[in-house]
Design a protein around this ligand. Structure first.
Ligand code: GRF
Length: 193
């Protein structure tokens, strides 16, 4: 069965959506390991409440970097857990070699915009500030760029005149929670699972 490893830095609502899709039989997979670079992130608590093994990626003292040695260690942890596909879900550090090489074409990410528009942080705010009529959600393969890499799946989210960053973000997250498990399933089939 498809074995997932999830990396996140925040609340973990996408991890929860993946776990819910598994529990309801919509996604044939299991989450073997949840890792966070933030020991206080709610994603770790959520995972523990569901008996999913967790671990911390210790990048100290680096606030934003993901040092090579730590990436090597992370790759080892994921391999040891038997992970086939790594899902980034709100993970705030840039993944590079060696992790990318160890999991070549097997790291995917969810991003809250229609990439290539609005890469980087707070994309929902970028979209409101730009005054565009729509934005969306993208699931894509991870390469060494920031929010680049081949697109697996996208869905449009309209922006209404009364929207602010918070209301738009909430609507984007609803779409994310449906799209991510679907995209994982679709991509896993491509990989032969
Ligand atoms: C999501 O909006 C995701 O698209 C972005 O970070 C956020 C993570 O949210 N990359 P959560 O931790 O899954 O709730």
């Amino acid at each position: 069965m498809l074995t997932l490893g999830i990396l996140g830095s925040g609340s973990g609502s996408n991890m929860q959506a993946i776990q819910d899709a598994i529990a309801s039989g919509k996604l044939r997979a299991r989450i073997a390991l949840v890792l966070s670079d933030n020991p206080d992130a709610f994603i770790l608590e959520r995972a523990q409440m569901q008996d999913i093994p967790v671990d911390v990626i210790d990048c100290a003292p680096h606030r934003t970097r993901f040092p090579e040695s730590v990436q090597e260690e992370t790759a080892k942890k994921l391999k040891r857990a038997g992970v086939d596909l790594v899902c980034l879900a709100g993970f705030l550090r840039l993944v590079k070699a060696p992790l990318l090489e160890e999991f070549h074409t097997r790291i995917i990410n969810i991003h809250p915009s229609l990439l290539p528009a609005f890469p980087g942080l707070e994309s929902w705010k970028q979209a409101v500030d730009a005054g565009v009529p729509e934005t969306g959600v993208t699931v894509h393969l991870v390469d060494s760029g920031m929010d680049t890499g081949p697109i697996i799946s996208q869905e449009v989210v309209p922006i209404f005149p009364h929207d602010d960053a918070a209301t738009l973000h909430a609507r984007i997250q609803v779409v994310e929670h449906q799209l991510y498990p679907e995209a994982i399933s679709q991509y896993a089939q491509k990989l032969g699972f």
